[in-house]
Design a protein around this ligand. Structure first.
Ligand SMILES: [Zn+2]
Length: 312
């Protein structure tokens, strides 16, 4: 894409909510922002009016600073009501980190896709092909230098730092489900490639989409091959997933889980990328694997591109 971000995206909100406060972005929908302890320094979360309580969509990284902000929301944003349900779009720590904590505090259920629930537990327990040793071995096979692998290994299980507790039960949500939240219904839009079974949410009546990590306005979604499926094609699945968004009524506003420093992207531009995707050239698997797009290194030998992963 050659056009600048501002020419293809509109941002209806000049500024994001300040820490500990919320911004009304659609009838019954509030925007919360939480910090993250890594380069992507924030995550957007969504609180939706749900009768006498609230449905919380994603929960932030499970650390002390985020929970301190949550305490402010409990006291102010919730208006004396409780969270009656937590929906997790996917298992990543910035999305699932406080889910079990919130569910226990409010004695409420967790709704999420089955593959996301099971993957969270597998990653946390380093079972079934998940874990730092399996990741180190994958990188070794792909040419990462031994000293960089040692750095990776020394990090241990970083997932548990962001997800200190995991939900012990859940209510499964599936592609196409219509979830009633308050006065409206939100349709589960499936996504693959970024995570096993990502669940974006689209509300036809409000004409908005909580797109999660599937559609982001500024950065590229992380699409990675992981050791549990070394011959997988997550990029192909991710691109194919965009077709699910093309079938939606065009939303007025897309709410991604991360956004530029100010405002949220409006409408369509993000989604139109998805609509255009139905006419996109399919990237062949051979082309995807032939070389590194950043440095043109030959397949599987691009240690320089892996290096950022292995910084202490
Ligand atoms: Zn994610």
């Amino acid at each position: 894409m050659t056009a600048s971000l501002s020419t293809v995206l509109g941002f209806p909100f000049a500024d994001p909510p300040v820490s500990g406060s919320a911004l009304i972005v659609a009838p019954g929908v509030r925007w919360l922002r939480m910090p993250l302890p890594f380069a992507l320094d924030h995550i957007n979360l969504w609180l939706v009016e749900d009768g006498r309580g609230w449905t919380q969509i994603d929960s932030g990284y499970g650390d002390a600073s985020t929970r301190k902000l949550w305490e402010m929301h409990f006291a102010n944003t919730l208006g004396g009501q409780s969270i009656s349900r937590v929906i997790a779009t996917h298992f990543h720590p910035d999305h699932l980190g406080n889910t079990a904590w919130l569910a226990e505090r409010f004695d409420c259920p967790v709704w999420m896709p089955q593959a996301e629930y099971l993957t969270a537990h597998a990653v946390a327990e380093e079972r079934a092909g998940y874990g730092s040793e399996a990741t180190c071995e994958l990188f070794r096979r792909h040419g990462l230098a031994a000293e960089q692998i040692d750095v990776l290994r020394s990090r241990g299980n970083r997932y548990r730092r962001g997800v200190p507790e995991l939900p012990k039960s859940y209510q499964r949500i599936l592609a196409g489900d219509e979830i009633p939240i308050g006065k409206h219904r939100w349709r589960v839009v499936p996504g693959y490639g970024h995570s096993p079974e990502h669940a974006a949410l689209h509300c036809k009546e409000l004409v908005v989409c909580i797109s999660g990590d599937m559609l982001l306005p500024k950065i590229s979604t992380n699409v990675s091959v992981w050791p549990v499926e070394p011959e997988g094609d997550p990029l192909g699945r991710f691109l194919a997933s965009l077709d699910a968004f093309t079938a939606l009524p065009r939303p007025r506003t897309a709410f991604p889980l991360s956004a530029p420093e100010s405002g949220l992207p409006s409408c369509g531009p993000i989604m139109r990328r998805g609509w255009r995707s139905s006419k996109r050239p399919r990237v062949s698997r051979a082309a995807q694997e032939s070389s590194c797009l950043s440095c043109s290194a030959a397949r599987w030998t691009c240690s320089s591109c892996f290096s950022p992963w292995a910084k202490p």
